[in-house]
Design a protein around this ligand. Structure first.
Ligand SMILES: *Cc1c(COP(=O)(O)O)cnc(C)c1O
Length: 383
């Protein structure tokens, strides 16, 4: 089976990890800060914190922005459940904004309308979490403008979009957001096994996140509440967690960052070839906006002219014939857990329609020309 995505690990990655394994410190050594600096420099943010998953990064981001019981967060239904769950971890209420049916990202018009209505009802969100779906950045400058008007914070879920750009601005610079988070799960742009990172330019957010990922502890005597300079002294000031990344993982991430440009150009090349080979078929190929540079984490085609029965037939045929197709995503609000909170079919029509037609076909660094042609010929055959 050709998977829809997978990691690429070479000998340099392995050497980097082995070096840590042979060193005295396998966690909290020098590799985590090295990896953090490398990502921050690449993206142009002031601060960066490696954690053990993007889910943890989202949780810490909400906590650092003081999300509490009774507050409201908004995200999109077309995402992995973690983008919404982080709000629930903090006792906040979660609601969704429908997607644009061309980009599959948050619909700016729906967002504007929903904000206008929420202001009247006194139900404005404290935080909005836009998702750069498939690697295409959202219209972040427009969302930023709305956040100033309606006074909400922004966490960019950039799990798909390390290396992407919008209006020449790198995703992760936090120019148009308070916080950006990345995932380093093996299917994402680079991997650390499991892992994530939180980027920000906000000093207050940074000092909170630093403590929160380490059980709420600080060892910085400038921050102590009780004046004490003994060598053994430290303070827990917040209720934090152990969300730390190990040096073993950071060594892998650091080495993977050296390949990010290669990963990006290969994915772009694959996407271009799919565009050429598939554009004459009765399916919708991805639309990337002029001002956006996608990282092509996913390549999603839409079977807009086929019935649900045909969709099922096509999906199963491709799987049976070695093409690891997938669906990104089942709308979050239709999972049983979210239905139990009151969401139902019909709440977000674009995300629901999209999800009944969307098909992720394989795109990853090691995908060969032969494999790509096989995938296309199988698609042709079943269509
Ligand atoms: C993968 C992913 C996450 C969660 O990442 P983990 O590192 O697995 O916790 C969150 N949001 C989106 C959009 C993702 O694709």
């Amino acid at each position: 089976m050709i998977p829809y995505s997978k990691q690429f690990i070479d000998d340099k990655d392995i050497d980097s990890v082995v070096k840590v394994l042979k060193s005295p410190l396998i966690t909290q050594g020098s590799y985590v800060p090295k990896f953090e600096n490398k990502v921050a420099r690449r993206c142009g943010s002031k601060y960066s914190f490696a954690v053990n998953s993007a889910t943890s990064a989202l949780h810490l981001a909400c906590l650092a922005l003081d999300l509490k019981k009774g507050d409201i967060i908004w995200t999109v239904p077309n995402t992995f459940v973690a983008s919404a769950n982080c709000g629930l971890y903090c006792g906040a209420k979660v609601d969704f904004v429908d997607i644009n049916i061309k980009t599959y990202n948050i619909c700016i018009e729906s967002l504007s309308r929903k904000l206008e209505y929420a202001e009247k009802k006194n139900k404005l969100p404290k935080i909005l979490i836009p998702v750069h779906f498939a690697g295409q950045p959202t219209k972040q400058d427009e969302i930023w403008k709305l956040s100033k008007k309606y006074k909400f914070k922004i966490i960019e879920d950039a799990s798909h979009s390390l290396g992407a750009k919008y209006k020449n601005e790198k995703v992760g610079s936090c120019k148009w957001s308070d916080i950006t988070i990345f995932s380093f799960h093996p299917v994402k742009m680079i991997t650390t096994g499991e892992g994530g990172m939180l980027l920000t330019n906000d000093k207050r957010v940074a000092s909170k996140v630093e403590m929160l990922r380490n059980s709420g502890i600080t060892r910085n005597n400038k921050l102590f509440k009780v004046k004490n300079r003994e060598a053994w002294y430290y303070e827990q000031q917040l209720l934090g967690f152990n969300y730390r990344m190990t040096d073993i993982q950071a060594a892998l991430g650091l080495s993977q960052m050296n390949k990010l440009n290669k990963f990006l150009s290969k994915r772009k090349k694959i996407a271009k070839k799919y565009n050429n080979l598939l554009s004459s078929l009765p399916i919708r190929i991805p639309e990337v906006e002029k001002k956006a540079k996608s990282s092509f984490h996913l390549y999603v085609v839409r079977l807009a002219d086929y019935s649900p029965k045909s969709y099922k037939k096509i999906f199963n045929y491709l799987r049976k014939n070695g093409v690891g197709v997938n669906l990104h995503y089942l709308p979050v609000h239709l999972h049983p857990y979210y239905r139990s909170l009151g969401f139902k079919e019909g709440d977000f029509p674009n995300a629901e329609k999209y999800s009944s037609e969307a098909l992720s076909i394989p795109i990853h660094y090691e995908l060969s020309d032969n494999e790509q042609e096989k995938i296309v010929s199988k698609i042709l055959a079943i269509l």
